[in-house]
Design a protein around this ligand. Structure first.
Ligand SMILES: Cc1cc2nc3c(=O)[nH]c(=O)nc-3n(C[C@H](O)[C@H](O)[C@H](O)COP(=O)(O)O)c2cc1C
Length: 345
């Protein structure tokens, strides 16, 4: 099996779980610097969207910095040809791997058969893996976005922005991130299906689609998946409700996994991957650095996505609540700096 960077990644793998609207390039930069997780995955991007134009907006979640490597592009959708084209474009963008989202429970996505909707359509799920692998292979062998049936705006965008990295042709490993079931837990049958297409890795969030984010992640079910996956060359990462690195290590030992992904526990806490508890000055300094990084990457026309991060940094100290109230009204890093300077004086 071709494994790409997964081959050399030390075990256990502790990675940042992708979260749409949260793990953008600014947050991933900060997490790389202070947490150093072993891998990053972008927010998911619709392959159908990637094929219809408006590239500047659609491709925005694919921004990344070199410090994040290995960095994986995550795709979702149902159209196998769109997946094929997307794999080629992602190759040109210089990513280290491609992950297919088969776990998103959001109604607008799963109801059209994408994300966790694919758990109910294993035949299509397998076709998608095959298409992405075919795209990855064709990219490695010289195919480009200019050879594809894409809108001119997309071809132009790709040529201008990514021509250089497109020259570094190489095969990208293809992985899957999923849940333990749709309504009921079917993870054992489901991973057996997926394994027939030999994904390099399967990440399993221990909830069904029906659960959304309620209840607790079922690590026994993840463990059962691990027993099956461990008999193959595919690796497996467990995911769901991990609160600390110590917690991660307990799960790793108990369920014999290659690694874990940590999601929500990283909110306002890029240090989590190092098991470091930040001091107040560290929190304030990092929040400001994060705001400036956000501005550098995305400008100030839409600063809103940064505000929640600022609030997440501010807790566990006197005056944190008042600070949060002020920070969630900010529109630029300099406004953040002004507010924070009042308490650092
Ligand atoms: C706001 C939010 C956005 C998410 N977006 C994605 C996504 O784009 N792709 C994905 O595979 N999972 C996504 N997830 C799921 C997480 O990656 C992870 O599987 C889930 O939060 C459970 O892990 P945790 O308990 O450590 O947070 C998202 C979760 C949240 C809370």
């Amino acid at each position: 099996m071709f494994k790409g960077f997964w081959e050399e990644l030390p075990r256990p793998i502790i990675g940042l779980s992708p979260m749409d609207g949260v793990t953008d390039a600014a947050f991933r930069f900060i997490v790389s610097k202070y947490g150093k997780p072993l891998l990053h995955i972008t927010e998911f991007v619709s392959v159908e969207g990637m094929n219809v134009g408006n590239p500047a907006k659609v491709f925005e979640p694919f921004k990344y910095s070199e410090v994040e490597r290995p960095v994986i592009a995550q795709l979702f959708g149902t159209d196998t040809e769109a997946f094929y084209n997307a794999a080629i474009m992602v190759g040109e963008m210089g990513f280290d791997g491609i992950d297919i989202n088969m776990g998103c429970p959001a109604k607008n996505i799963s109801a059209r058969g994408a994300g966790a909707g694919l758990i109910q359509n294993p035949k299509l799920a397998k076709e998608i893996i095959r298409s992405v692998k075919r795209g990855a292979k064709d990219f490695a062998e010289g195919k480009s976005s200019r050879d594809l049936d894409l809108p001119q705006t997309t071809k132009k965008f790709m040529a201008q922005k990514w021509q250089q990295s497109a020259q570094k042709r190489r095969l990208l490993p293809v992985s899957v991130k999923t849940r333990i079931g749709f309504d009921d837990i079917v993870i054992e049958d489901w991973v057996r299906y997926l394994l027939e297409e030999e994904p390099v890795n399967i990440s399993v969030h221990g909830r069904t689609l029906k659960q959304m984010y309620t209840g607790e992640a079922n690590w026994e079910a993840i463990g059962k998946a691990a027993e099956i996956v461990k008999k193959t060359e595919t690796s497996i990462l467990g995911n769901g409700d991990i609160k600390s690195v110590a917690d991660a290590h307990t799960k790793l030992q108990q369920y014999h996994l290659d690694g874990v992904l940590i999601g929500r526990a990283s909110f306002g806490n890029p240090w989590i991957f190092q098991g470091h508890y930040p001091t107040l000055p560290e929190r304030l300094k990092t929040a400001l650095e994060h705001a400036y990084k956000y501005e550098e990457l995305y400008g100030t026309t839409f600063f809103h996505p940064m505000r929640k991060h600022l609030a997440w940094y501010m807790h566990d100290f006197p005056g944190a609540k008042e600070l949060r109230v002020e920070l969630i009204k900010t529109n630029s890093a300099s406004e953040v700096e002004k507010i924070l300077s009042l308490i650092t004086k």
